[in-house]
Design a protein around this ligand. Structure first.
Ligand code: BG6
Length: 513
């Protein structure tokens, strides 16, 4: 598909206000692999104020120089051989490290002192962004302590700003999420809290909203009259990658379905917001989640599937089963695959099934959303319905970033023959700033005070309201057939049955070539 040279620029990017970013969990993997390289990217693209500094904290003893080395390593891994040294050196010079776990208030005076010194040296004007990249059981304690020691500025009073970014998992069921929301609300105003979901930082995910609501041609057919069903797949080739201890308590439904996938579902199903603004967009998303009723036990038996991978082959290489992964119980019954059939019960979508599936150790890495339209009302050619599948629009989120629309065309020549053909838009053809980790946009938005891409308290609770009954039922009825899919396959046979019962089948990368 040809791309027009006319770009629609909506305002230029401006550097965000000065600030100090304090990363709790600064010695961890997320900081080295994602956060620090993202800050480098932002600095290189001019999306970071020159008056900026980072204080990393963590239980690992590190000097400022060690922390700076982590930045260099992270950036080098991400952009081998293509680094702007001047930018990297400047950023490195604004990194500092304070040792501590910060779950006890006695640890905070040292941090407070360093924050004042660093803020003064870099002219960050008292603005502070706290990033909690720590185990979820410490979220509440760190937040409480920040409040107790006076490190949170009331946003209703004039003066500098304090903001909080909090990594997932945000609770592990409805009750724990509500409790965490209560603890955070005791210290921070909701407008200061940014519950991060890295999927919302992905360009192709952000594009869903704009694709739907800036192109007038899709909206009239985006409903139960024209859409037959929607499929959302988040397939991962990787296993648990050294995160066995965490994953064995989480599982795929908690780890990916309840957050990333429900967000994709919201973007596909939401009503047009009145404007492109945080509260308008987030309120529409919450309405989608609230239109999905929590399933009854009988519905859970019928409309959900769980799986766990056994040993198998991925990319021609033998890989162990989940129960053989490090730090995983050899009798674990946690799900590494989950599939659900949901309905969004509102005027737009009543009766349209939404099928969601996610899993680890599947044959490919592929995140995609398929909107399958209804069959044309009248078949002009005998037997056409059987041979020609209906139109479908596919949003390929990753790794292959594109949008495809499939329809039928007449093959040249006297006998009337139809062929399925495809129109395609490739994201790589669009001009723009260098792609990064996805965290750049989220960090930038937080510094700018824009909360559109972050979860709101009620949104998290609405998502848990749907997921919690499923998790409870799964926990109370231990599976008898685990492991039930070999690594390198598309999950348990029951996942195929879930969709075949409605006369459909799952689409995958081979269907869109
Ligand atoms: C994370 C999950 O939130 O998302 C991981 O904890 C998962 O288990 C990851 O692998 C997937 O993200 P991405 O960006 O690789 O699709």
């Amino acid at each position: 598909m040809n791309q027009s040279a006319e770009y629609c620029d909506v305002g230029g990017m401006v550097a965000p206000p000065p600030c100090t970013m304090v990363i709790f969990g600064g010695s961890g993997d997320l900081t080295r692999r994602k956060l620090l390289p993202s800050l480098y990217n932002m600095a290189r693209e001019g999306f970071l104020n020159e008056k900026f500094a980072v204080i990393g904290t963590g239980s690992t003893p590190l000097s400022d120089d060690d922390f700076r080395t982590r930045l260099r390593e992270g950036v080098e891994e991400m952009y081998p051989g293509a680094i702007d040294k001047a930018v990297l050196d400047r950023l490195a010079a604004s990194l500092y490290y304070v040792r501590g776990r910060f779950t006890k208030s006695e640890e905070f005076p040292a941090l407070k002192k360093r924050l004042e010194e660093v803020g003064e040296r870099h002219g960050t004007e008292g603005n502070v962004l706290y990033y909690l990249a720590i185990p979820p059981q410490s979220f509440g304690d760190v937040a409480d302590n920040l409040g107790k020691v006076g490190l949170v500025h009331d946003p209703l009073q004039p003066g500098p700003w304090t903001r909080l970014i909090i990594e997932k998992p945000f609770g592990d069921d409805l009750e724990s999420a509500q409790e965490l929301n209560r603890r955070l609300a005791a210290v921070f105003h909701e407008r200061q809290i940014h519950r991060i979901d890295h999927y919302l930082g992905k360009e192709t995910v952000q594009n869903i909203l704009l694709f739907r609501f800036t192109n007038g041609i899709f909206e009239p057919v985006w409903n139960r009259r024209y859409v037959d069903h929607v499929q959302i797949t988040v397939a991962e080739k990787l296993g648990v990658e050294g995160r066995g201890a965490f994953y064995d308590h989480a599982g795929s439904l908690r780890d990916v379905m309840q957050n990333h996938m429900f967000q994709l579902l919201c973007l596909v199903a939401m009503e047009p917001p009145n404007k492109l603004e945080a509260e308008a967009v987030r309120s529409e998303k919450v309405k989608v989640l609230d239109a999905i009723h929590p399933m009854s036990p009988a519905e859970i038996d019928r409309f959900t599937v769980r799986g766990q991978y056994g040993p198998g082959t991925v990319d021609g290489k033998a890989v162990p089963g989940y129960r053989q992964e490090p730090s995983v119980s050899p009798t674990s019954n946690i799900d590494t695959f989950s599939a659900v059939r949901l309905e969004v019960e509102n005027w737009r979508w009543a009766g349209v099934p939404f099928y969601l599936r996610t899993g680890k150790r599947l044959p490919v890495r592929d995140t995609e959303i398929v909107v399958q339209f209804r069959q044309a009302p009248l078949m002009l050619l005998d037997g056409m319905a059987a041979r020609q599948p209906p139109n479908r629009l596919t949003i390929h989120v990753q790794p292959d970033e594109r949008i495809t629309l499939r329809f039928h065309a007449k093959c040249p020549g006297p006998p009337v023959r139809l062929a399925p053909v495809q129109m395609e838009f490739k994201y790589s053809e669009l001009d723009g700033k260098t792609r990064g980790t996805g965290y750049e946009t989220l960090l930038y938005d937080c510094m700018m005070g824009d909360r559109m891409l972050f979860h709101r308290a009620d949104m998290v609770e609405s998502a848990w309201r749907i997921a919690t009954p499923i998790l409870k039922q799964w926990e109370s009825q231990q599976p008898k057939d685990f492991p039930n899919y070999p690594a390198g396959t598309w999950g348990p046979p029951a996942a195929e049955e879930l969709i075949q019962r409605d006369g459909h089948r799952w689409f995958g990368p081979d269907d869109h070539t």
